[in-house]
Structure formats: structure tokens, C-alpha cells
Design a protein around this ligand. Sequence first.
Ligand SMILES: Cc1cc2nc3c(=O)[nH]c(=O)nc-3n(C[C@H](O)[C@H](O)[C@H](O)COP(=O)(O)OP(=O)(O)OC[C@H]3O[C@@H](n4cnc5c(N)ncnc54)[C@H](O)[C@@H]3O)c2cc1C
Length: 427
Amino acid sequence: MSFDEKIDVVGAGLVGSLLSISLAKLGFRVQLLERRPDMRSVKIGSGRSINLAVSVRGLNALKEVGLESTILEKAIPMGGRLIHSPEGNLHLQRYGKDDSECIHSISRAELNKTLMTAAEATGRVKIQFEKRVDGLEGLSRVIGTDGSASAIRKAMGVRTTEERLDYGYKELEIRPGPGGAFAMEKNALHIWPRGRYMLIALPNFEGSFTCTLFLPFKGTPGFDGLNTPADVENLFRQDFPDVMPLIPELTDQFFENPTGQMTTVRCFPWNKEGKALLMGDAAHAIVPFFGQGMNCGFEDVSVFSKMLETASDWDRLFAEFSILRKPNADAIADMAIENFTEMRDKVTDPAFILKKEVEKILQEAFPGKYASRYSLVSFSQVPYKEAFERGVENDRLLKQLCDGIADAKNVDLEKARSLVTSLRGTK
Ligand SMILES: Cc1cc2nc3c(=O)[nH]c(=O)nc-3n(C[C@H](O)[C@H](O)[C@H](O)COP(=O)(O)OP(=O)(O)OC[C@H]3O[C@@H](n4cnc5c(N)ncnc54)[C@H](O)[C@@H]3O)c2cc1C
């Protein structure tokens, strides 16, 4: 393998741009082909969500290319979920054991632009904009990072399943208050759980919040029943009354902004011999409820770059990468679907709240021994598959400890100690 070979990367989104930096740092020359114009000079929608949450896996990959602190400077830490009840009461569910464990809200466009500029600054990456790629012809060794509807995946003829959720999403903006003030608690991910549907909001650096309404496409309520300003106002008046005054142009925004759809894409293998490989959403698009799609794609880049450093053969490298990552991508895809029910429904269920409180006590009482599934996914680099399996073991343990108690303070810590020692992470 020659380390000054030219590699074609298709798609200068988040994963393709980061991958190009990594390849360039290893000495490769990269041609990065992007179908959209350059978002640094032309105002275009950044696609998908306005902002997103980056956690440890994503931050680690950014650190490896020297960009973690640059990105964190423009991010807002979120220490937990702030639950808004229909009556307007607030309840914070912390994500980690303390303030050091938080996820960070960042602007998708800012992140993408920073990555593109850093890629070009290596002197080894040439980005070609407005270049839509339709197949593998004319390309050299190619890595497809062209998102969930990947043209490269189709051209490779890979076995693929696409599972569309029967829910859509709509983004709405809460503008900054006077002097850039945040209209709600700044350091939290806000959730208005309402059973079958929910609204969430993530803070933006300049004082605004991006809200996302997740609703079934069909039903009551559903996007198909929201056809007039009065329909939208009625929904918000009934379910999200504290949000209404924060978005004076609610109905204008509702009808101007597109309704997005969410799909889980699973495919295998991710490679065509040593000629083509898929990464990021092109290989494994997932629903957004664990905030891990990009994090998983960034982890792809980190894992691949390490494997590349010691690889001697492209065929083997591409095949081994695909085999190693696939079970982890499947695990986070499943956890993301599960987390939707947790966010929109379970967070208000007393049995779930008790379980979370007992879990918090265990994390504090047995540091390094007990870790929640959320922590394993968001604050560690334990493979997703292992996080999934340990989550199942945790659940069994929590059921035993919560049985017969109504208050987390009454948890039997001696019993907990012996149960925790039997967990896999403690061996
Ligand atoms: C509502 C929502 C919220 C989300 N929140 C989070 C979050 O909080 N945390 C998180 O980690 N993830 C989140 N995600 C997931 C995250 O957005 C994706 O996982 C991430 O964008 C994947 O990056 P990518 O580079 O693989 O693909 P994309 O971001 O889709 O980029 C693909 C790029 O390829 C280009 N392209 C496409 N086709 C072609 C072609 N034929 N030729 C050339 N170029 C092409 C596109 O223009 C684009 O630039 C969220 C997703 C959604 C929908």
C-alpha cells in the first residue's frame, strides 16, 4: 500500500470532511466530491438538523485531528434532560454522574464548514463542489460518505434494507431574547414528552433554541391533520403551552419549514473488495433519538484511520473494517429506536423515574463498576454492541433492586453490591 496514493471521497458532509482530514494526515491525497455548492460562500440549508449533539465518540475523533477544542469553543454543554410537564413543571434528569459528563450542542453548518476548511488546510485535500457522483466509473479508490441515500452504495450493489419510521419531524426556532439572552435554561436538552409524540429543544451558541417536533405522519395528532394555522395553534395550546409565547411566528415557521423523515438503513458488506467502502450514514443511517448518528460516523473514521496505519492490503482492510463495525452500527441503530419510546413516553413514568434514580445511586456508590447504558454510549468508547448487551444486564439488575421499593433512597445497597460485582464491566 502506498501512503501517497490518491483517494476519492464522495460527500463532503460531516463524515466525509473529517475522513479527508484523517487521510491527509496519513499522507494520502484526497479528492473530495460534493454535490452541493460550497456552504462557506453560498447560503444553503445545512440539510437535516440545524444543530446536533456531539458526545465522547465524536469528540475523540475530533481530538485525533486536533479539532476538539476549536469545536467545543462554539458548543453548549447540556448536562441532562429537562422535562416539561403539560402543567409547566420542570424536572431535570441528569445524563451522567456529574457535570463533567455532558453532551454538547453544536451547529451542523459551523461544524461542517470548520471541517472543510481544516481539510483544505492540510494541502492534500481538494474539494470539488457541485459534483454529483452517480457511479464508480472514473473514480480511483473510493470511500462513499454520501449519506443515507448513498449513490455509491447503490452503485456497489450492496444488500440493503431501509426502514422508514412512520413519524416525521419539523424544526422550529425560539429566537434569542434581548442581548442574546436564552429564553429557557441554557445547559440542558429540553423535552416535552407527550406519550406518542414529543417536542425537544437544543440550545444554539447565539442564544436561540432549535425545537424539533416529532409526530406521526398520520393520526391524532399527526402531520396529516395539521393543515391550517388554527390546527397548529390548537396543538401547541393544548400540549406545549409554555412554548407558544416563545415562538410568536409559530404558524409561519410551521408551514415554511419542511417535514423531515427518518430512516434506518442497514447494509452489508460495506465494501466492494478493496475498490470501494462505505462510511457514516451511507453505511448505517439511524434515527436521531440517541444523538449518535454523527458520533458513530466519526467513530468509523477514528477506527478506520488506526486500522489503515498498520494495514498492508486494501482488500483486507476494507473487508475487516466492514466486519468489525457492522455489529456496532446495528446495535446503535436498535438503541436509537428504543430511545424514542424512552424520550417521548417513559421519562414521565414513575417506575422509569425510580429506576433512573436507583441507577444514579449505583453510579455514585460503585464508580468504575456500574455504568448506565446511556453513559456507556455517550461518555465512553466501549463498543456499541457491548453497551447494548450491558444495558440488558443492567436492566435485569435494576428490576431486582426496584422490586418492592417506592423510593430510591430505600434501595438495598448490600444486595446492589453483590449484584454489581456479577456484571460484565466489573470483571
Ligand atoms: C433530525 C436529526 C437530528 C440529528 N441529531 C444528531 C445528533 O444530535 N447527534 C448525532 O451524532 N447525530 C445526529 N443526527 C444524525 C446525523 O445528522 C448524521 O448521522 C450525519 O449527518 C451523518 O453524516 P454523513 O457525513 O455520513 O452524511 P450527511 O451528513 O448526510 O452528508 C452527506 C454528504 O454527501 C453529499 N452527497 C450526497 N449524495 C451525493 C452524491 N451523489 N455525490 C456527491 N455528494 C453527495 C451531501 O450533499 C452531503 O454533503 C441527526 C439526524 C437528524 C435527521
